[in-house]
Design a protein around this ligand. Structure first.
Ligand SMILES: [Zn+2]
Ligand SMILES: [Zn+2]
Ligand SMILES: [Zn+2]
Ligand SMILES: [Zn+2]
Length: 157
């Protein structure tokens, strides 16, 4: 398989000429005797055999592109789910792979491990209150303390 810079590969649907020798399918290794075949990754496939390794959808049907990674053939949706990125963690600014669980606060995403009060490192459980101030995650205590220093009355939302 030729290495390409992009994981996206085109799928072509070809009609089989009756006078040519049947091509072997790269999926099931049987000869393709259908009227149509798919050409992808420089190989020939039955329409049924070119499937996403994750969700089994027929790639010839969902679009004209397939994605490859680590010898897997995937549809766009699964490729992005497995190998895409959610974004940069707002706390440590490293990339977060799409399959990782994240915490979200407004437009920000965080690694689960990074989601803690950035002043006292307190972790939050489901249902705990947290606050976003100047793009920093704060626990309720630190948030209210900050407000008091600024001379505002504490305000719990
Ligand atoms: Zn086949
Ligand atoms: Zn899929
Ligand atoms: Zn992080
Ligand atoms: Zn805190």
């Amino acid at each position: 398989m030729a290495l390409t810079a992009s994981p996206a590969q085109g799928i072509q649907m070809l009609s089989v000429q009756p006078d040519t020798k049947p091509k072997g399918c790269a999926g099931c290794n049987r000869k393709i005797k259908d009227r149509y075949l798919l050409k992808a990754l420089d190989k020939y496939w039955h329409e049924d055999c070119l499937k996403c390794a994750c969700c089994d959808c027929r790639l010839g049907e969902v679009g004209s592109t397939l994605y490859t990674k680590a010898n897997l053939i995937l549809c766009r949706r699964d490729y992005l789910r497995l190998f895409g990125v959610t974004g940069n963690c707002a706390a440590c600014s490293k990339l977060i792979p799409a399959f990782e669980m994240v915490m979200r606060a407004k437009e920000n995403v965080y690694h689960l491990d990074c989601f803690a009060c950035q002043l006292c490192n307190q972790r939050f459980c489901v249902g705990d209150k947290f606050f976003l101030k100047n793009n920093m995650i704060l626990c309720q205590t630190d948030y209210e303390e900050g407000l008091m220093k600024e001379g505002y009355a504490p305000q719990v939302r």
